[in-house]
Design a protein around this ligand. Sequence first.
Ligand SMILES: O=C(O)C1=C[C@@H](OP(=O)(O)O)[C@@H](O)[C@H](O)C1
Ligand SMILES: C=C(OP(=O)(O)O)C(=O)O
Length: 428
Amino acid sequence: MTATDVSAPATQARIPGSKSLTNRALLLAAAADGVSTVWAPLLSDDTRAFRAALTSFGVAVRSSPTSEFWEVTGLGGGPVGQARLWCADAGTAARFLPPFAAAGRGAFLFDGSSQLRARPLWPLVEALRRLGAQVETGPGGGLPLLVIASDLPGGDLTVDSSLSSQYLSGLLMAAPLMRYGLLARAEALVSSPYVDMTLALMRRFGAGVARAADGAVRIEPGGYAPTDLVIEPDASTASYFFAAAAVTGRTITVPGLGTGSLQGDLRFTDVLEKAGAQVTMTESATTVRGGGGLRGGFDIDMGDISDTFMTLAAIAPLADAPITIHGIGHARLKESDRITAVAANLRACGIRVAEGADWITVHPGRPAPARITCYRDHRIAMSFSVLALGSGVPLELDDPGCVSKTFPGFHAELHRLFPDTPDREERQ
Ligand SMILES: O=C(O)C1=C[C@@H](OP(=O)(O)O)[C@@H](O)[C@H](O)C1
Ligand SMILES: C=C(OP(=O)(O)O)C(=O)O
């Protein structure tokens, strides 16, 4: 650490709640038998869509006046009746809500934006059918999806999890509502920390969860008990602020994200450490100190934490040697084909990039001013904002507002923490 770093004021980033924790907590509270309170929920497009869909199922969600908590009156089981559910752009809604519906009784029609319709659902559809649910898909094999439910017996299931972990998470969360529970195995699981998060939250809501020696998970029937829960700040969102510290030589602390975090994406700080940043983690906060430039010359598997691969890829031109990221093939199936999108935008900045089915290599270089195509992907917008900050080069985002999927206040917070860098308007 240099003398300059020591004198730099530690600055606290205000990171909103985790999308993944908020939507899981909403679902489990909706299934529970009683009233749960979700403190510090994320207020963004994805959580509003999830909440609105639950309301369509007949779940009452009451906000405190400033939304510092949401009070959810659970159904004490799966939904009953008929409903149309709009999932907007939210992968979590399209993958978590159909299994919940299938564990109820009635007819439920799910749809979403054209972006969400393009994302695969077939492993979930197949799994639900094998459990005995009646599911009809749209022409592409996914949304719009009709679930005709009449209580699921449950049973023994292997879930193809090579494209996404969300199918398994959705099935696991519905399992305590099935008559005999579920014995579930994942095949070729990607993003495994999200399944750990699912099981941890299910336990918080009183579910009987046991892991077998062969990696299978046994979920007991019996439903959920209501609980009160505080949502952690979002670790994927925090990655942009940690990366910003690394590339500007500044210090950023995120309170509320520490050693006990349930979010795998906090491991992005290990990646920054590998790239030369200093990381300090306590039970209640994480601090990243930049300084000394970004170190490259490594090849890293980010398959478990793929939402943060773009954060690294976008700042990689500022490193002193090439950086290769692998294990991220499933990132092609998200809001955009993220490998192609990142590569195209880096090339638009004049940076040398090579890519394959599940990897990308980014070479060092000074970015040229460019217009960044966001593909309505919040993470493209946030990642390239950090590259603009670190390089001091104006990068214009074609759709700065797409950050509202997970952090509507992103640009304002980045500007608050880094006011001395190129003007925000120039970069958007
Ligand atoms: O379960 C979740 O909350 C999520 C799982 C991950 O998806 P995949 O399992 O499709 O990688 C992640 O990318 C997404 O943002 C949130
Ligand atoms: C992939 C993402 O979202 P989801 O799958 O929940 O739509 C994301 O937030 O990066």
